[in-house]
Design a protein around this ligand. Sequence first.
Ligand SMILES: Nc1nc2c(c(=O)[nH]1)N[C@H]1C(S)=C(S)[C@@H](COP(=O)(O)O)O[C@H]1N2
Ligand SMILES: [Mo]
Length: 318
Amino acid sequence: MHFHPDRGHGRQLESEVTPRSLYASRRELLALGAASLLPNLAQAQGQGAKLAATKSSLAGALVMDKPTRYEDATRYNNFYEFGTDKSEPARNAHTLKTSPWSVVVEGECAKPGRFDLEALLKLSPMEERLYRLRCVEGWSMVIPWIGYSLAELIKKVEPNSRAKFVEFTTLADKAQMPELSNGALDWPYVEGLRMDEALHPLTLLAFGMYGEVLPKQNGAPLRLVVPWKYGFKSAKSIVKIRLVEKQPNSSWTKAAQREYGFYSNVNPQVDHPRWSQASERRIGEDGLFAKKRPTLMFNGYEAQVGQLYAGMDLRKNY
Ligand SMILES: Nc1nc2c(c(=O)[nH]1)N[C@H]1C(S)=C(S)[C@@H](COP(=O)(O)O)O[C@H]1N2
Ligand SMILES: [Mo]
């Protein structure tokens, strides 16, 4: 294997989890073999370093659905900083520099600080969790993510009683991100969660997927995965986490208040103003005869997270 300065986080870890190859069908493996004669997409992006983890025992973390093929999960992405077309992040994100990287955690807490990636990787044991991710645009994927509950990091900084919400800010660097002037959003990309949502064990701080460090187009070196909310709540390439008293103003809500509410829980009963949210297309299952799947309340995680919204009007708080 060739050394690449930007390969993963500069270290190779022994993987204990399902390797990427086991998610690929025999046909794809043959295709991958053939593709290796050409400039390889993954190699060009310095990706592929293994990331060790153990299987999660968390209820709901291991869904029964078949995982999306790696090739689909890494070539059909929303990462507007690298282009608004779904195929663009895979082509453009190689300019993202993921090392060195650090995350500032600050605001309403006793022990704010800057955590470098090495420290974050060691903060808590890595788990593999198979989660569904449902995009607000009507498609979904099933991905074996690797990471640990965001709660582990939040606890470290000792939130105070004014910490009611958590605000996430992601990288915005024109030198690395070709589309920052596309005007699609007001950069940097900002998202937010209520404190109880952020502390919920299902809320994952992800560093990898399919047994490897995150590909850049999927939000390297670390991102959020909030599986019961529409995909845009799962911010990629996070650089700052602020504990705040007031509800944060997220980028998508700022862009279109009526279309993207703060909560954005997956809800088949509440239509987007411009389309129904009752069903979804699973990426990789497209084609003439592929049936759409019914979208599940809270993306299928109702048993785990329904209680967080007891008594709330989910039409008003969309
Ligand atoms: N920084 C940043 N994070 C982001 C986005 C983005 O454009 N920029 N897109 C969001 C949207 S709309 C979705 S659906 C998911 C897609 O994640 P995936 O490409 O890993 O499937 O990332 C989310 N996180
Ligand atoms: Mo999305």
